[in-house]
Design a protein around this ligand. Structure first.
Ligand SMILES: Cc1cc2nc3c(=O)[nH]c(=O)nc-3n(C[C@H](O)[C@H](O)[C@H](O)COP(=O)(O)OP(=O)(O)OC[C@H]3O[C@@H](n4cnc5c(N)ncnc54)[C@H](O)[C@@H]3O)c2cc1C
Length: 443
């Protein structure tokens, strides 16, 4: 019999996990506390490790006009002087694919369309919106809806984000993600508005070239030690996405909300001393989204009883490696493999144990590397220190992927989460078979 499962949260992780569970043949009910229209207007980059998962599921983000990242420019925010240009397209083979530049809402639409697609011969998915889960019971397992009703299942997976209620139950104590001292302004601007900006610089050939090219070029403008602005095009070049990271400041750091709208005058003030291009761009913004960047050191517990957590609930991390959402999709890919062929809830604990053993070292490294900001002083030394510390998650195992930054970043991009899970399952099956042979020969 297929499992009856509950997923809490309809974000990137929740929808990916629902797709994965259905592909493994199980029935899923997703509870999302917001209405189906709720959406955060910002961009997202999908690293190659996650882009391949979408591809494996037959989901094509380029059909929404997302662009593979082909070129990356690192430049000085005040002067526009180029520090470094990377022809990322050349790395495609080495990294197992390219990063995809997209908007969050397009990724969301893609996942939602897949969730709603009628299927035959697989499990099923039902998404229930405006359903707030207020409590969990890890042993039954069950979730409690606002209003008091409990809903039981064979397995509950909490993908309830950075302020997860399930995390407290699974970890066994309050261990919230903490502010890192940095905030991100996240915004989308239509191409028409950006073209108005271009007209202000008619004689600047460098700026003009940025607007003339229809590209997967990403600009990363920085002001060491702590300001970064990342800019890319998406949605068939009709939309420009900006992620802008700056240190927390008393004028907005006191907000209790982690995701909030803020007054654009703050943003203009923060970048007044940058090249006038950025002032012109930022003057087009209406109400930027302000996101306080929070993280938590890696934890080793992915589940308790028959309650499991994934995504930001499990591994909140900073945005500096672009891996938060991508790790959530890896979680889901591993769920698919680990729960394939499970026909009884009695089999679930062992599969959750396997999921945990596969995921912890991987997301732990990703979280640790995501504490290193692009333009911090002594960035290379800090990165190497983090990689050395990450060795503790791979004791007794090959650690060559931690030898240096480049090797690590290739490993991050090239990792095949589903393939690794599949190999681990084969190893378990072989061990079980050997055990059966030994015990039957004893008889
Ligand atoms: C500035 C910034 C830039 C980033 N850039 C990137 C990037 O380029 N690439 C990348 O891969 N990642 C990026 N990330 C990280 C990425 O956004 C997150 O890792 C990802 O969105 C996590 O998805 P999630 O589904 O786990 O959590 P969420 O997106 O937070 O979704 C959780 C869902 O659960 C619902 N929910 C919560 N509690 C309940 C409840 N009690 N009952 C019912 N529903 C509930 C919420 O409404 C929400 O829909 C970035 C993050 C930041 C802050």
């Amino acid at each position: 019999m297929p499992l009856q499962t509950i997923v809490v949260g309809g974000g990137i992780c929740g929808l990916s996990t629902a797709i994965a569970l259905r592909r493994a043949g199980h029935h899923v009910i997703v509870y999302e506390r917001y209405s189906s229209e709720a959406d955060a207007g910002a961009g997202i980059t999908i690293r190659a490790n996650a882009a391949r998962i979408l591809e494996r599921w037959g989901l094509d983000l380029t059909s929404y006009g997302a662009l593979p990242c082909t070129n990356r420019l690192l430049l000085d925010g005040k002067s526009l002087r180029i520090y470094m240009e990377s022809d990322v397209a050349q790395q495609e083979g080495e990294r197992g694919g390219l990063q995809i530049n997209a908007t969050r809402s397009d990724l969301h639409q893609l996942l939602r369309r897949e969730v709603e697609r009628p299927t035959t011969g697989e499990g099923t998915i039902k998404v229930l919106y405006d359903k707030h889960i207020v409590d969990y019971d890890a042993e039954r397992p069950a979730v409690q809806l606002a209003g008091g009703t409990w809903k039981e299942a064979d397995l509950v997976i909490a993908c309830d984000g950075i302020k997860s209620k399930a995390a407290t139950i699974i970890i066994g104590k309050e261990l919230p993600a903490k502010p890192t001292g940095f905030s991100a302004f996240r915004l989308l601007l239509p191409d028409a508005k950006i073209r108005e900006v271009a007209q202000k610089f008619p004689n600047d050939h460098f700026i003009k070239s940025r607007f003339e090219k229809s590209t997967g070029e990403v600009w990363i403008a920085t002001e060491p030690p702590d300001r970064v602005l990342a800019w890319w095009c998406c949605r068939f070049d009709s939309m420009h996405a900006f992620d802008i990271v700056i240190p927390d400041h008393e004028s907005y750091a006191s907000s209790e909300e982690w995701l909030a709208r803020c007054d654009k005058s703050i943003l203009l003030e923060e970048f007044r001393h940058w090249h006038p291009l950025f002032g012109e761009i930022l003057s087009k913004v209406e109400e930027p989204l302000l996101w306080k960047i929070c993280d938590r050191p890696p934890i080793e517990s992915v589940y308790r009883g028959l309650l499991c957590m994934l995504g930001d609930a499990l591994h909140p991390m900073g945005p500096y490696r672009g891996q938060g959402g991508s790790q959530s999709m890896e979680d889901a890919a591993v769920v698919e493999m680990c729960l394939r062929g499970v026909t009884d809830r009695a089999q679930v604990p062992r599969r959750l144990e396997l999921l945990q053993s596969l995921r912890v070292p991987r997301y732990a490294c990703s979280q640790m590397a995501s504490t290193v900001r692009q333009n911090e002083p002594n960035m290379e030394e800090h990165y190497q220190q983090v990689l050395d510390e990450a060795g503790k998650w791979f004791q007794g195992q090959d650690q060559s992927h931690l030898s240096d930054r480049n090797t690590f970043e290739i490993w991050m991009d090239k990792y095949d989460a589903a393939g690794e899970a599949s190999k681990a399952l084969e190893r378990i099956a072989a061990t079980d078979y050997a055990r059966t042979c030994v015990s039957s020969s004893k008889i």
